[in-house]
Ligand binder design. Sequence first.
Ligand SMILES: Cc1cc2nc3c(=O)[nH]c(=O)nc-3n(C[C@H](O)[C@H](O)[C@H](O)COP(=O)(O)OP(=O)(O)OC[C@H]3O[C@@H](n4cnc5c(N)ncnc54)[C@H](O)[C@@H]3O)c2cc1C
Length: 440
Amino acid sequence: MKNIAIVGGGISGLTTAFYIKEQQPDVKITIFEKEQKLGGKMRSIKKDGYIIEEGSNGFLSNKPDTLELVKLAKCEDILKRSSDNARIRFIYTDALHNLPESPIAFLKTKLLTMMGKLRVAKELFIASKKDDSDETLQSFGYRRVGKEMTDVFLDAMVAGIYASKPDAISVKAAFPAVVKLEQEYGGLFKGMFKKRKKEAGPGGILMSFDGGVSSFIDRLQENLDIEICKNSPITEAKKEGEKYIIDGKEFDALILSTPSYEASKILQNIDKNISNKLDKIDYSALSVVALGYDNLENELKGFGLLTTTSAKKNVLGVLWDSSIFDDRATKGKKLLRIMIGGQRNPKLAMKSEEELINIAIEGVKETMGIGQKPDFSIAIRHKYAIPNYKIGHLANVKEIFQVVEKHKGLYLNSNAYQGVGLNDCVANSKKCAMEVLANL
Ligand SMILES: Cc1cc2nc3c(=O)[nH]c(=O)nc-3n(C[C@H](O)[C@H](O)[C@H](O)COP(=O)(O)OP(=O)(O)OC[C@H]3O[C@@H](n4cnc5c(N)ncnc54)[C@H](O)[C@@H]3O)c2cc1C
């Protein structure tokens, strides 16, 4: 019987195990997980009538990957759809503005000047980039939709998805679908119009699980016929002939589903070159503060807000969690989750828990006018929250994967390489599982 080791029990490690087992049930799999709990950045805390997500709070339904996994893993009964109100989103610049959802709303928004809006419209007539060199999101945005649009919309969006800044992130690595629109259709608007015609279908709806994302992780784990070693941090791997040695045991294949800096340490004895390249991928620090309120007057109708760099606020965004998913706070209570730090202000993310809570309280006061003292608070610090796909990321990852291919039975699979969203992690894990099976 073939024997596979997976290091890291986040969604990437668990999904890879799931798809291997689904295709070949007689393979033996052992997951080594550093922490007491599986899930990695997908973990929920239940406390005082609140469900607090430490990291992700869901996935979008406009990509099939996670939904397919949910179905195959027989977890549809715990799938939870976000409330319709969650489609209402805000951007804070000098005040709270609705994120325009239609062309008419875009024409009316005060987020951009008339010149800024005209510059966005000019995108239709801007020729596509001739070469395929890497560029920052800022350079891409300035070129295609202009400075104003980039400094407001793209700036807020990249803080919300990657905890990054437009000038710190590679557009090709972080937003490949957007670059494809330019390359294939000659522009963003041209691409969107043509794609919409071809792919009539619903837009993305944010989905999660009853009781928080941990419910899904728990179910996946329960239904998998594999060995799970918790509290098992792996510090090194060895290679003897074609076998990999982890924790004194022999394996035919080794899948590293840890963050890249951990994979770098684990592979030091096996391949210094890969180890050094893995070490080049850096991460954004980001902390999450949850504030709970009894009898909050603010109706919290919407998904939440993102701030722009120009707003000069200490919070990147505020998610109105109890309005997005109704079970995140018991009746009468409301829950906010505030994001602090990221590439905009990494030092802030690593303040003490007490300081973070105070920053969050000040942040909701400044952006939403909530002066009421919270009845509940908790801070979760992520020193290495999200990989930063900076310029050169794709080339570095390509080189890493080329060298990894030379080591039969070795695989790298986590959010460090080809996408951070849960849908990306699930899609890449399925791909990884199929490669493992093909080479076993
Ligand atoms: C605050 C925040 C909010 C987010 N929100 C969203 C969202 O709403 N939607 C979305 O799609 N994505 C979101 N994301 C991104 C998404 O959650 C992650 O990209 C995804 O969960 C990463 O999964 P992973 O398995 O690749 O890595 P991880 O979740 O990091 O899992 C890696 C696992 O490896 C373990 N490990 C590490 N080192 C070792 C070692 N040496 N030995 C053994 N085990 C080890 C870790 O403990 C961990 O369990 C968010 C991320 C953060 C931080």
